[in-house]
Design a binder for this molecule. Sequence first.
Ligand SMILES: *Cc1c(COP(=O)(O)O)cnc(C)c1O
Length: 386
Amino acid sequence: MIQPKYINHFKALETPFYFYDLELLRETLQAVKAESSKYGYHVHYALKANNDEAVVKTIANAGFGADCVSGNEVKYVNDIGIPGKMIAFAGVGKTDKEIKEALEIGIFSFNCESIPEIEAINELAGEFGKVAPVAIRINPNVDAKTHKYITTGLSDNKFGINHWDFDKVGRALKSLPNIKLTGIHFHVGSQITDISVFEKLSLKVNKIQDWFSNNGFELEHINLGGGLGIDYKNPQENMIPDFSRYFKAVHDNIILKPNQQLHFELGRSLVAQCGHLVTKVIFLKKGVEKQFLIVDAGMNDLIRPSLYQALHEISSLTSNKQEEKYDVVGPICESADVFRKDIMLPAVDRGDLIAIHSAGAYCQVMASTYNMRNLIKSFNSDELSR
Ligand SMILES: *Cc1c(COP(=O)(O)O)cnc(C)c1O
């Protein structure tokens, strides 16, 4: 999964660290481009999944737009080279400062989640003498069938505007001179592996479009958000998600108006498989019925297993001895600091390296210094091959 030429370099590096395989990332980006361009769809990268500079530069160079959820993200991707016109800005709580910065840059759309937010953007845009492009984030009440912390499209979530508020929103939009409704936006959740969710979403979008046309709004774009899942169980067999099936599922169900553009905001599916957390075995500890493999990475470096009960594949990088059963745990003073329980791995010793796979999305970005540990660093395949 990680090419041996890189593993040789790992031995000289201080652990733990994230390793990003930019070769795989480029292949993944090419696959997305090939499949989305079949239908003329636009893909933004959801920066919150991974903001590593080399990763983001690779994505920017491949010509993707960005989807941001904070003012700092907007500035960061813009500085890296993604033009304002390709940046969408989402989030339920945009501050005045963030709105002003985005107005200055001149972004593609403010994806708005409430009437007070639309009013605030209208006012600030007025101060700038600008008309702000606004897309309404709609809560389509589609069940993403994923973990409860990453489901966002149901009516009891804090996200989006519900259909019973459309009339009120429509009136607000018509009364505010410094905003222009350019589109409607959806994002129903993350790590969605059931493609029928996207079919259902597309059909819902068709109905919602009707409301907007019937009420005199012409929408330049529809934004379906992200959420396409990846294979955490068998990363080896599914390094690149099935983008062909994903875009086709949407294409076969969505009805676009003439000249209307369709946008996507993919995060996890672009970057998850190119990342690995490399960590060293500190101690082996034998319990009564368990063997604990204590590594130098902890839940502060990779929190998904503790936060979402996520299961990441783990492999040994330096041992090929006969397999034994382990609980792989970190050094943090929390019982939740467990990466995997009862997994089979080649017998390892103190000093052996192991890798936690599919760790390119929502992993390094959530790292902290809890227990006063160092903030985890990253290396990438380009710099190690130099
Ligand atoms: C997080 C997020 C995304 C990306 O989700 P993935 O599951 O990583 O594809 C897209 N759009 C919005 C608004 C988001 O908040």
